[in-house]
Design a protein around this ligand. Sequence first.
Ligand SMILES: Nc1nc2c(ncn2[C@@H]2O[C@H](COP(=O)(O)OP(=O)(O)OP(=O)(O)O)[C@@H](O)[C@H]2O)c(=O)[nH]1
Ligand SMILES: [K+]
Ligand SMILES: [Mg+2]
Length: 367
Amino acid sequence: MSTTIEKIKEIESEMARTQKNKNTSYHLGQLKAKLAKLKRELLTPTGGGGGGGSGFDVARTGVASVGFIGFPSVGKSTLMNKLTGQHSEAAAYEFTTLTTVPGQVMYNGAKIQILDLPGIIEGAKDGKGRGRQVIAVAKTCNLIFIVLDVNKPLVDKRVIENELEGFGIRINKKPPNIVFKKKDKGGIAITSTQPLTHIDNDEIKAVMGEYKISSADISIRCDATIDDLIDVLEAKSRSYIPVIYALNKIDAISIQELDLLYRIPDACPISSEHGWNVDELMEMMWEKLKLRRIYTKPKGRAPDYTAPVVLRSYACTVENFCDAIHRTIKDDFKHAIVYGRSVKHQPQRVGLSHELGDEDIVSIVKR
Ligand SMILES: Nc1nc2c(ncn2[C@@H]2O[C@H](COP(=O)(O)OP(=O)(O)OP(=O)(O)O)[C@@H](O)[C@H]2O)c(=O)[nH]1
Ligand SMILES: [K+]
Ligand SMILES: [Mg+2]
């Protein structure tokens, strides 16, 4: 019996040998679906396999978490120390950090947990070193900093991205706009709102066959690839996480080289050691985390700008706000009075379901 990793290798090499055309698209679709299923097997902890986040998990604090991923000695721990003031051992030899080291930064009134992680190497997702445990922790974070050494940023970037993607992490990407509904009978019905340039019905049917789905409505609302479709079928093992590339050690390069680095999307050139440009990194972190600060205004007094209630953008209704202050506030809630960007009139009376905007000011009126 060959191992899962060997099976994956076999399928990958067969895919590489197979040219994509009308006659092969069904077969390629099958192979891709097989591959996705095998990779999922690899991600499911089976006791000895060392999957999950076993031993690397730490207690979660704060409103959001940021995990550091990168090759050994790119400066992750040095960055951690600079940002949090906490101590994580940093040194000139590889694999200085051996487990998750948690820290915290306060930014715009929000407590944000920072997780310094051990370095990973190529093949990490397939079980090299402790890579799988490390990536499993990153997969639970709200944001990942991929820390790269500016001396070879682009090659390393590709390798690290590949490791994360192989682990079901989707970087700076939204879930594909495909609505999939399994049915008891009726066959496979495919509709699309725009021409599909990457896939044909044969390929889709091959994938469905591999997943043993004989009846479903599939409504495709983007120019999807077969990988997008598989991501939707494998939704449970996918995490869509924003990433910032922290390009570290800029103190070691020229201004001309620095100019080139600024062209890399979602990147922030820094020097952890000297603290250069970490302000910009923090600003980008704030943008990517999409947090909202809500200021409370006690009746007849000025708003309290020093201690905002910080909410996630997908859970920022007046109800979420009440819950964040105290469980019982909702019980005698009458309405809320809101000033800020979420309302047309200043102020405006709103109910529990109203969605708040960043820096809104809220007073709760009780019954
Ligand atoms: N020139 C320069 N060196 C840096 C910078 N940041 C870190 N270093 C050096 O890089 C080496 C590795 O730093 P660490 O912070 O231990 O790197 P790491 O990524 O945490 O390494 P592992 O935990 O082993 O994966 C140390 O010698 C640091 O002094 C920087 O901004 N510029
Ligand atoms: K190191
Ligand atoms: Mg380290």
